[in-house]
Design a protein around this ligand. Structure first.
Ligand code: TPP
Length: 292
């Protein structure tokens, strides 16, 4: 019997929540990721699963300001997914936040879909601020946005940007880091997904980026190290960034989040072979059985 996949239509408000609420949302996001990847038959499973806890707080815990019914609201904070291949977790979060119908998640990577394998701009998917996928570029775009907010428009908006840890091997990210610090971008929150996995191995074995917190400190960042699966630590990290911005500390903030690729699916967790593969039917069934 083939696996029947339904997404339902449940959406969640962006508001202050208890840890148990975040756990419930993160579970829904992880289930979405498995269903989307199974239907798409291609794409990245591991990274998106590892980010569900952080995204549940970022999008549904009143961290970012946004209005799903008015995606281009002038006062919104912007989120840039520099590691564009992690798109499934962003699409799931945007759909569950009400930016577009949850049902559309089943079109991931299909011909003509607005949910391309990497975020695209020309498909006009609400909530997408820039195209991404060529690693190392999104963070520079985020720096440019933060500069224009702080110095040209002089507004109170913030820019949140997520890079992968393998992505840190791209030279351009370090130009972005140097610029963010040079231009005192206290409105920039850089989130580093530190799962120590990349496409073909452990980050420390392919080309080590460590000690990564010392490098960011040397570049002039306010550095916050967290367990990216501990809701209290995630919530506190974003609060610290909020205060850093309010207090105009004149430094960018980086949250270095220790995560597991494939988190919560036993046969995917901490296994880099799941960087860029979808589950087959049997694997999707098993994953969904575990994600309850
Ligand atoms: C400039 C560029 N080079 C190579 C790739 C191919 N690529 C996509 S994801 C990836 C690995 C990225 O590793 P990481 O940022 O750690 O992501 P994770 O494995 O945790 O999903 C590579 C090499 C790309 N998208 N862009």
């Amino acid at each position: 019997m083939t696996l029947e996949v339904e997404f339902g239509s449940k959406t969640y408000e962006n508001k202050q929540r208890q840890k148990t609420d975040f756990a419930e949302i993160a579970l829904e996001l992880r289930r979405d990721v498995i269903k989307m990847l199974y239907l798409a038959k291609s794409g990245h499973s591991g990274g998106p699963l590892g980010l569900a806890d952080i995204f549940s707080v970022l999008f549904f815990g009143e961290v970012m300001k946004y209005k799903p019914e008015n995606p281009m609201w002038e006062e919104r904070d912007r989120f840039i997914l520099s590691a564009g291949h992690l798109a499934p977790i962003l699409y799931s979060s945007l759909a569950r936040a009400g930016f577009f119908p949850v049902e559309e998640l089943k079109t991931l990577r299909k011909y003509g879909s607005r949910l391309q394998g990497h975020p695209a701009l020309d498909v006009n998917l609400p909530g997408i601020e820039t195209a991404a996928g060529s690693l190392g570029q999104g963070i520079s775009i985020a720096v440019g946005m933060a500069m224009s907010d702080k110095y040209l428009d002089k507004n109170q908006r913030r820019v949140f940007c997520l890079t992968g840890d393998g992505e840190m091997q791209e030279g351009s990210v370090w130009e972005a880091a140097m610029s963010a610090s040079n231009f005192k971008l206290d409105n920039l929150c850089w989130i580093l997904d530190n799962n120590d996995c990349q496409i073909d191995g452990r980050v420390k074995d392919v080309m080590s980026i460590y000690p990564i917190d010392e490098k960011f400190k040397a570049f002039g960042f306010e550095v916050i190290n967290i367990d990216g699966h501990n809701f209290e630590e995630i919530i506190n990290a974003f609060k610290t960034f909020e205060n850093n911005h309010k207090n105009k500390i004149q430094k960018p903030t980086v949250i270095i989040a220790k995560t597991f690729m494939g988190k919560s699916v036993s046969f995917m967790q901490d296994n880099y072979n799941w960087h860029g593969n979808p589950p087959n039917e049997e694997q999707a069934k098993k994953a969904l059985e575990e994600l309850v």
